[in-house]
Design a protein around this ligand. Structure first.
Ligand code: SF4
Ligand SMILES: [Zn+2]
Length: 132
Protein backbone atom coordinates (compact mmCIF):
# COMPACT_ATOMS: atom_id res chain seq x y z
CA UNK A 1 0.00 0.00 0.00
CA UNK A 2 3.02 2.29 0.13
CA UNK A 3 3.10 5.57 2.04
CA UNK A 4 0.11 5.51 4.39
CA UNK A 5 -0.51 9.23 3.89
CA UNK A 6 -0.27 8.91 0.12
CA UNK A 7 -0.13 12.16 -1.85
CA UNK A 8 -2.43 13.96 0.61
CA UNK A 9 -1.51 16.89 2.83
CA UNK A 10 -2.68 18.27 6.16
CA UNK A 11 -5.77 16.75 7.69
CA UNK A 12 -6.56 14.75 4.55
CA UNK A 13 -3.22 13.05 5.04
CA UNK A 14 -4.09 12.28 8.65
CA UNK A 15 -7.49 11.00 7.58
CA UNK A 16 -5.86 8.76 5.01
CA UNK A 17 -3.35 7.45 7.56
CA UNK A 18 -6.22 6.69 9.95
CA UNK A 19 -8.14 4.84 7.27
CA UNK A 20 -5.08 2.79 6.31
CA UNK A 21 -4.35 1.97 9.96
CA UNK A 22 -7.93 0.81 10.49
CA UNK A 23 -7.86 -1.27 7.34
CA UNK A 24 -4.56 -2.88 8.37
CA UNK A 25 -6.00 -3.73 11.78
CA UNK A 26 -9.15 -5.20 10.26
CA UNK A 27 -7.24 -7.21 7.69
CA UNK A 28 -4.76 -8.49 10.27
CA UNK A 29 -7.55 -9.64 12.61
CA UNK A 30 -9.88 -11.16 10.06
CA UNK A 31 -7.79 -12.10 7.04
CA UNK A 32 -4.28 -12.63 8.37
CA UNK A 33 -2.99 -9.57 6.52
CA UNK A 34 -0.13 -7.30 7.51
CA UNK A 35 0.51 -3.59 7.03
CA UNK A 36 1.93 -3.28 3.54
CA UNK A 37 0.67 -6.76 2.67
CA UNK A 38 -3.08 -6.69 2.88
CA UNK A 39 -5.27 -9.42 1.47
CA UNK A 40 -6.48 -8.71 -2.09
CA UNK A 41 -9.96 -7.73 -0.90
CA UNK A 42 -8.68 -5.12 1.58
CA UNK A 43 -6.07 -3.94 -0.88
CA UNK A 44 -8.87 -3.25 -3.34
CA UNK A 45 -10.87 -1.42 -0.68
CA UNK A 46 -7.85 0.71 0.26
CA UNK A 47 -7.19 1.66 -3.37
CA UNK A 48 -10.84 2.53 -3.87
CA UNK A 49 -10.93 4.74 -0.75
CA UNK A 50 -7.73 6.53 -1.81
CA UNK A 51 -9.20 7.22 -5.20
CA UNK A 52 -12.43 8.55 -3.68
CA UNK A 53 -10.47 10.81 -1.36
CA UNK A 54 -8.36 12.14 -4.23
CA UNK A 55 -11.52 12.96 -6.19
CA UNK A 56 -13.60 14.28 -3.28
CA UNK A 57 -15.47 17.36 -4.58
CA UNK A 58 -15.00 19.14 -1.24
CA UNK A 59 -11.21 19.09 -1.52
CA UNK A 60 -9.42 20.20 1.66
CA UNK A 61 -12.80 21.08 3.24
CA UNK A 62 -13.88 17.45 3.00
CA UNK A 63 -16.45 16.45 5.63
CA UNK A 64 -16.51 13.14 7.45
CA UNK A 65 -17.71 10.64 4.84
CA UNK A 66 -20.53 9.36 7.03
CA UNK A 67 -21.88 12.94 7.35
CA UNK A 68 -21.47 13.68 3.66
CA UNK A 69 -24.59 14.54 1.59
CA UNK A 70 -22.92 13.37 -1.64
CA UNK A 71 -21.87 9.85 -0.68
CA UNK A 72 -19.70 9.12 -3.67
CA UNK A 73 -18.97 5.52 -2.64
CA UNK A 74 -20.64 2.70 -4.53
CA UNK A 75 -23.14 1.04 -2.14
CA UNK A 76 -21.18 -2.23 -1.94
CA UNK A 77 -17.95 -0.40 -1.14
CA UNK A 78 -19.70 1.77 1.42
CA UNK A 79 -20.96 -1.36 3.16
CA UNK A 80 -17.46 -2.85 3.15
CA UNK A 81 -16.05 0.31 4.72
CA UNK A 82 -18.78 0.24 7.35
CA UNK A 83 -17.98 -3.37 8.25
CA UNK A 84 -14.28 -2.55 8.44
CA UNK A 85 -14.88 0.47 10.68
CA UNK A 86 -17.25 -1.42 12.96
CA UNK A 87 -14.44 -3.83 13.66
CA UNK A 88 -11.45 -1.49 13.72
CA UNK A 89 -13.02 1.63 15.28
CA UNK A 90 -13.23 0.40 18.87
CA UNK A 91 -9.76 -1.18 18.63
CA UNK A 92 -8.01 1.94 17.38
CA UNK A 93 -7.79 3.55 20.82
CA UNK A 94 -5.64 0.67 21.94
CA UNK A 95 -3.51 0.28 18.81
CA UNK A 96 -3.25 3.84 17.44
CA UNK A 97 -4.40 6.15 20.26
CA UNK A 98 -3.22 9.43 18.70
CA UNK A 99 -4.94 8.81 15.37
CA UNK A 100 -8.01 7.50 17.21
CA UNK A 101 -8.26 10.69 19.29
CA UNK A 102 -7.93 12.93 16.25
CA UNK A 103 -10.68 10.90 14.61
CA UNK A 104 -12.97 11.02 17.63
CA UNK A 105 -12.46 14.71 18.37
CA UNK A 106 -11.98 16.22 14.91
CA UNK A 107 -12.01 14.19 11.74
CA UNK A 108 -15.03 12.05 12.60
CA UNK A 109 -17.32 15.05 13.18
CA UNK A 110 -16.89 17.34 10.21
CA UNK A 111 -20.09 18.38 8.50
CA UNK A 112 -20.20 19.25 4.82
CA UNK A 113 -19.65 22.79 3.58
CA UNK A 114 -21.53 23.98 0.49
CA UNK A 115 -20.05 22.53 -2.67
CA UNK A 116 -17.95 25.00 -4.68
CA UNK A 117 -20.09 26.84 -7.24
CA UNK A 118 -19.39 26.78 -10.96
CA UNK A 119 -18.83 29.96 -12.95
CA UNK A 120 -22.45 29.93 -14.13
CA UNK A 121 -23.58 30.03 -10.49
CA UNK A 122 -24.89 26.45 -10.35
CA UNK A 123 -23.70 24.16 -7.62
CA UNK A 124 -20.96 21.83 -8.79
CA UNK A 125 -22.00 18.33 -9.62
CA UNK A 126 -19.72 15.89 -7.87
CA UNK A 127 -18.12 13.24 -9.98
CA UNK A 128 -19.58 9.97 -8.83
CA UNK A 129 -18.61 6.54 -10.02
CA UNK A 130 -21.41 4.33 -11.33
CA UNK A 131 -23.14 2.25 -8.70
CA UNK A 132 -22.80 -1.53 -8.48
S1 SF4 B 1 -18.28 10.33 0.65
FE1 SF4 B 1 -18.37 12.59 0.50
S2 SF4 B 1 -16.70 13.30 1.81
FE2 SF4 B 1 -16.32 11.14 1.43
S3 SF4 B 1 -14.93 11.15 -0.36
FE3 SF4 B 1 -17.05 10.96 -1.15
S4 SF4 B 1 -17.74 13.02 -1.60
FE4 SF4 B 1 -15.89 13.19 -0.28
ZN1 LIG C 1 -8.11 -8.24 4.36
Amino acid sequence: MGDAGGPFRGRLRREQRTFEAMLALYCRDLHGGRRGALCPECDELGAYARERLARCPFGPAKPTCKLCPVHCYRPAMRERVRAMMRHAGPRMLLHRPVLALFHLLLDGRRTAPALPRRRDGAASTPRVLPSD
